[in-house]
Design a protein around this ligand. Structure first.
Ligand SMILES: [Cu+2]
Length: 377
């Protein structure tokens, strides 16, 4: 009786938790053909397992009860029964092959990245993503996607930001989401600039490693406009938990408008890179870039985290001649966490962040112009 009531209490408690927490016990179905096939596969195999469970445990239970000692049953023996041997070899083979056929079909479809309408290169960088639109109308668009500054502020020690404002999306929002059109087959080329990351949006139905020096491929086609969220899924260093992925699928018309707007800023950036910038302009932009790109390691106050991440405040490099400083940032320091920012930052962003490092926190060195970066590349 006591056992029955304990079980009842546990059931009631979990039922309550399920109702309140609104969490699903099953996998999500997702929003792509791939994710739906994966879900269906999961359900087919789940029911196969259930059926096997019912049959096996049913047979066991039946035998235990029906052939119990108190009924005077004597142990039977199945040795050298060729029929039984055949039966319990052939049935599992049929089940396994029956499951392997849909599983392989789904896997092949996931790996088939040809015939894409457009291609996007995804680069994992400690601790953000870079998206480059390789071809099609969007070709040339390229941007970094980092944890949203509001969330970044909220996660800092001693911050008094109210987390409830984020709902269930705390740490799942970025400054610049990846935007793709609905109804188009999008191919992804995934790589990384420093360590192994993994790009993962559960609603798309797959995750893929982003490995330095390798290019992995994947694809998706989202049919409904919407915002889909995920995270880096490969432990990649101290801020691994703070590099979410946000994909916004827009209808072809909205997507075209977005592309036009982005193209406008690409063209604007190109002309901006050629003009002379004032020091306050560079400092303002530089602080922005520093906060989103460099502060995770070198800290917002420039003090770094010695001995691994050097301080920039008072650094001989940041206070020395511009050429050496530019060289460190363009080419990085191979073999350390300081990656080459050559293909990560454009001329304006790099000039601005260098000027900022050279003139913030008591540093006093020269201003760096975008044209100097262009010449140094
Ligand atoms: Cu990562």
């Amino acid at each position: 009786m006591r056992i029955v009531s304990s079980v009842l209490v546990v059931c009631l408690l979990t039922a309550g938790a399920v109702a309140h927490a609104d969490f699903a016990l099953n996998m999500r179905e997702g929003v792509t053909q791939t994710s739906r096939s994966v879900y269906e596969l999961h359900m087919i195999i789940f029911w196969v397992c259930c059926a096997i469970g019912v049959i096996v445990f049913g047979a066991m239970l039946y035998s235990i009860i029906r052939h119990r000692k108190s009924r005077g049953v004597v142990a039977a023996q199945f040795h050298d029964s060729t029929f039984m041997e055949m039966l319990w070899t052939i049935i599992p083979i049929v089940i396994l092959v029956g499951m392997a056929i849909p599983a392989t079909t789904t896997l092949l479809a996931m790996e088939e990245t040809g015939d894409a309408d457009m291609t996007i290169k995804v680069t994992g960088i400690q601790w953000k993503w870079k998206y480059d639109y390789i071809d099609g109308e969007a070709s040339g668009i390229s941007f970094l996607s980092s944890l949203h500054p509001k969330h970044n502020e909220a996660r800092m020690l001693g911050s008094d930001v109210d987390l409830r404002q984020f709902g269930d999306q705390y740490l799942l929002d970025v400054d610049n989401p990846l935007v793709i059109p609905t109804g188009q087959r999008v191919r992804f080329l995934l790589t990384a600039a420093d360590v192994i990351h993994a790009w993962w949006v559960p609603d798309l139905g797959w995750k893929k490693d982003a490995i330095p020096g390798f290019i992995n491929e994947a694809w998706t086609q989202i049919d409904e406009p919407g915002t889909y969220r995920g995270q880096c899924a490969e432990l990649c260093g101290k801020d691994h938990a703070f590099m979410p992925v946000v994909v916004v699928a827009k209808s072809p018309e909205d997507y075209a408008a977005w592309v036009k707007e982005q193209k406008g800023s690409v063209a604007e950036a190109a002309t901006e890179a050629l003009r002379e910038w004032t020091k306050p302009e560079l400092m303002a932009k530089g602080e922005q870039v520093y906060t989103t790109v460099c502060a995770a390691c070198h800290r917002p106050d420039g003090q770094g985290q010695p001995p691994v991440f050097p301080a920039i405040a008072g650094s001989a490099i940041a206070n020395g001649d511009a050429a050496t400083h530019i060289d460190v940032v363009i080419n990085g320091r191979p073999g350390t966490a300081m990656v080459a920012y050559r293909s990560i930052l454009n001329d304006v962003d790099m000039a601005a962040v260098l000027t900022y490092q050279r003139n913030a926190w008591g540093n006093a060195a020269s201003v760096v112009q975008p044209t100097e970066i262009q010449a140094a590349r």
